[in-house]
Design a protein. Structure first.
Length: 456
């Protein structure tokens, strides 16, 4: 017979698997970010003047990401609603998301209140309210004056659709995207064609985000260098107990509170944390959770959450589910009361909690939202000196880091929970992604993962 004959393999023979390609640890984004943070801390400590000049590295990165975030939010919510088709399903997803948001946010406020009373981070300072400088916080208080219920509702209505997206105001973008999604459902086949176009446009925006993410370690370096160079470790020592209390409470709330919810919904909290470690580290160093919305959307869809639920729940959460801000606000107010020797009764503390349920959401999309929300709460209570906010200015940057991380993960986790609650979470894909390589590519999967075929 002409030609060569391939030798037959014995029955049951299995070819050896190709050796996995070993990647250098430095090729992983979270390692690069950790190294950048360490270098930023060293530069800030030893060369503070030079370190302060590194701030534009972080600002430029955040600005680039935020330039596409409103458009991505608008597109994902509108397309998600249109793909659902059934208005009843949209209502059920939205209602369950709001129920979850309010329940967990209230829990976060209660936890912050309880820990603040237990640890008493401001006790023993004996600060005279008359000596507090109100001018230092005047700008924040002015920004917070419009956070009344009427102003909050009016703020949700944009002057025009394009203007809301251009300004990056999340609440008006949410409203317009929901209306646009409903409109796409009503116009039938023409709406379906437009949804395909929106999907393609959104993928192009995700491509922009992937390109910008190459400089994320540089941004982390600049942000951390500026923080340490500007404020130093001395400020941490003066308010260290408050800072440690907020950080510890936020971490325990994520591990303990979310851990219990995870058990209830048959989820694995530690593996979800590991899968999103890149986004959490960048949010921590750059103090911006909103900038990580695009990558989080892609990863949530990759791990098995339905595209429609992700598009509706995650962006909405950044306006209505701010657990990190809730913990910070209650503990900060309790700290100011203790530092100025003002005794808050149980009734006053519960009243404060009810006010914060609104003010913690009213500042959504505002720069320094957590501090602005706190500035809105103090005058509304009429009990504590507004100048007490000046006590927190020195550690505000450090507080905003843990707020950003907690808010980001709380909304990531909320999206997974609502997907499970709706019965739309792909368990097979979830296990494959969380048990597989968590450092793999975050490209969205175009096709669902095939079910394993029986052998034999």
């Amino acid at each position: 017979m002409a030609g060569s004959v391939r030798p037959s393999q014995p029955a049951g023979f299995t070819a050896p698997a190709a050796a996995p390609i070993r990647r250098s640890p430095l090729s992983k984004l979270y390692v690069q970010v950790l190294v950048a943070i360490a270098l930023g801390i060293l530069l800030g400590h030893f060369y503070p003047r030079l370190a302060v000049d590194m701030k534009p590295l972080s600002d430029g990165f955040i600005t680039l990401i935020r330039a596409v975030v409103p458009v991505i939010i608008f597109a994902t919510i509108a397309a998600g609603i249109a793909k659902m088709g059934d208005m009843r399903r949209v209502g059920v997803v939205g209602l369950r998301a709001i129920i979850y948001f309010e329940a967990v946010s209230t829990l976060a406020l209660l936890v912050g209140l309880a820990v603040g009373n237990l640890l008493q981070p401001g006790a023993g300072l004996h600060i005279d309210p008359a000596h507090l400088d109100q001018k230092a916080v005047a700008g924040y208080v002015t920004s917070a004056k419009s956070l009344t219920i009427v102003e909050f509702l009016l703020k949700m209505i944009p002057a025009n659709m394009v203007g809301a997206v251009a300004k990056g105001d999340l609440l008006p973008v949410l409203v317009m995207s929901v209306l646009f999604g409903f409109a796409l459902c009503h116009i039938g086949p023409r709406g379906a064609r437009l949804v395909l176009l929106i999907d393609d446009f959104t993928q192009a925006l995700f491509g922009v985000v992937r390109i910008v993410m190459y400089v994320a370690p540089l941004a982390a370096f600049g942000a951390m260098a500026f923080t340490i160079g500007k404020f130093g470790f001395g400020m941490l020592a003066s308010l260290g107990k408050l800072l440690a209390s907020v950080y510890l409470t936020s971490i325990l709330f994520v591990l303990g509170g979310f851990g219990l919810i995870a058990r209830l919904f048959r989820l694995r909290i530690l593996k979800i944390l590991r899968y999103f470690k890149d986004e959490l580290l960048i949010a921590f160093s750059a103090t911006s959770g909103e900038a990580m919305i695009p990558r989080s959307i892609v990863k949530l869809e990759r791990m098995g959450c339905s595209e429609e639920t992700v598009g509706l729940v995650l962006p909405t959460g950044f306006s209505f589910n701010t657990d990190g801000t809730a913990i910070y606000m209650t503990m900060a107010v309790v700290f100011i009361a203790q530092a100025t020797d003002i005794k808050l009764s149980l009734g006053q503390q519960l009243t404060m909690l009810l006010v914060m349920l609104f003010t913690s959401k009213g500042a959504a999309g505002v720069a320094g939202a957590g501090f602005v929300a706190l500035a809105a709460t103090m005058p509304a209570l009429g009990i504590l000196p507004v100048g007490g906010l000046a006590l927190l200015l020195g550690v505000e940057r450090f507080m905003s880091e843990i707020r950003a991380v907690t808010n980001l993960f709380s909304n990531i986790f909320a999206t997974v929970v609502v997907s499970r609650w709706m019965g739309e979470l792909d368990d097979q894909r979830l296990s494959l992604v969380l048990d597989g390589d968590p450092d793999g590519d975050v490209e969205p999967l175009e096709e669902p993962l095939a079910a394993p075929q029986p052998q034999g």
